[in-house]
Design a protein around this ligand. Structure first.
Ligand SMILES: [Zn+2]
Length: 378
């Protein structure tokens, strides 16, 4: 079934706000109350949305809140990270029903990585008695480069053997539903926009630091893609020429300084005496603290440049290193405040992202859903 532009807009608003009154829908959409009544009736009759709580809004009578109908669709999200591949199913309200994960290294020895990934996903679904025809749409986020048509993984800088994998075609062999592929930073930005803290923010950046660095930038409410769909490669900007050669071929990439393995490596290089930098940090170990300050500065300098170029109002940082090494977060923040132009930082906030280590999987699911809804329009 296809919707008019107005119906589609209302459907999107209900999905983004999760609970919203007809009055608020009218205000946000600039459609008349009468139009809203008609449109919401159709969406309710077709089971896309449903009526929920009644709330008082000011002096007026109680209003019914509208929500997405949880059972209407099932989404499958796949988050291909540098270290872990996460898979999850959600209902139409983005509540996870099943999830699982496996190490990226499990795919290492196979040449046909796309087919192996499909096999892992198929096993995950079978173990939960889910058949492919029960899936409404699939969203895949990958910490790598994706072609402009968003059908093919061009390269994963931190993993071998992922060049030119036509993942959408491979998954289409088993699934009849729409399959959407994008770079993980962008899907994480979608999660922040539609499910997280950025719901009312038009210009923001999401940065996730794990085994690699991914970033997604939303500028004027649009995802930044660039001419070949490879913008926002924050991890591969040169941050220190002396930091050695990166797996991407360049020297001194930010990823050579501040990923989880790089911090551990630096701790070992400086002859740290604890088993891990996080453990050392907990014991107030000076070497660990010095590394956090040095690397926080590098990340802060990189982000200062981004702030000066794009003037976002929020940066959402995520990844276990910021939880395990809080001073790293503080030093990044301090450096941005110090280095970025003071007019660009006037309203800038730097905060943790909304979903922590699940940012990628929530992103893949939100990406599937938002694209899927978009395609319901006439
Ligand atoms: Zn690089």
């Amino acid at each position: 079934m296809k919707f008019t532009a107005s119906e589609s807009l209302i459907l999107k608003l209900v999905n983004i706000h999760k609970e919203i009154s007809r009055k608020s829908l009218s205000e946000l959409s600039h459609l008349s109350q009468a139009s809203i009544t008609k449109i919401t009736k159709r969406l309710i009759d077709e089971h896309y949305i449903s009526e929920g709580h009644r709330v008082s809004q000011g002096m007026g009578r109680k209003e019914v809140l509208l929500s997405p109908n949880p059972g209407k669709f099932t989404f499958l999200g796949i988050d291909i990270g540098g270290y872990l591949v996460r898979m999850a199913l959600s209902n139409n309200n983005m509540e996870l029903t099943y999830k699982d994960e496996f190490y990226m290294s499990e795919l290492n020895e196979h040449d046909n990585k796309g087919e192996m990934l499909l096999e892992k996903v198929t096993q995950f679904l079978e173990s939960n008695q889910i058949t492919p025809d029960m899936i409404s749409a699939i969203g895949i986020g990958v910490t790598g480069l994706v072609d402009a048509k968003q059908r093919e993984i061009l390269n994963i800088p931190n993993a071998d053997g992922w060049d030119h994998i036509r993942l959408v075609d491979i998954f289409s062999q088993n699934f009849g539903c729409p399959i959407y592929l994008d770079e993980g930073g962008r899907t994480m930005a979608i999660a922040e926009k539609v499910l997280g803290k950025a719901i009312d923010i038009t210009d923001f950046i999401v940065v996730q630091v794990g085994f690699g660095i991914v970033a997604g930038m939303m500028i004027n409410d649009q995802l930044l893609r660039g001419s070949s769909n490879v913008s926002s490669l924050l991890g591969h900007i040169t941050a220190d020429e002396n930091a050695g050669r990166c797996l991407c071929g360049n020297y001194g990439c930010l990823e050579n300084i501040i990923t989880f393995p790089m911090l551990e490596l630096e701790y070992t290089k400086r002859n740290g005496r604890y088993a891990s930098i996080v453990e050392a940090y907990e014991q107030n170990d000076k070497i660990a603290i010095d590394i956090c300050i040095d690397t926080g500065k590098s990340l802060g300098i990189a982000l200062s440049n981004v702030v000066n170029l794009f003037n976002p109002s929020s940066i959402y940082l995520g990844g276990p290193i910021f939880d395990g090494l809080p001073i790293l977060f503080e030093e990044t923040k301090r450096t941005i405040t110090l280095r970025a132009n003071r007019f660009a930082t006037l309203v800038l906030s730097l905060e943790k992202n909304s979903f922590g280590t699940e940012q990628g999987i929530m992103g893949a699911l939100a990406f599937a859903k938002m694209n899927f809804i978009e395609e319901l329009t006439e």
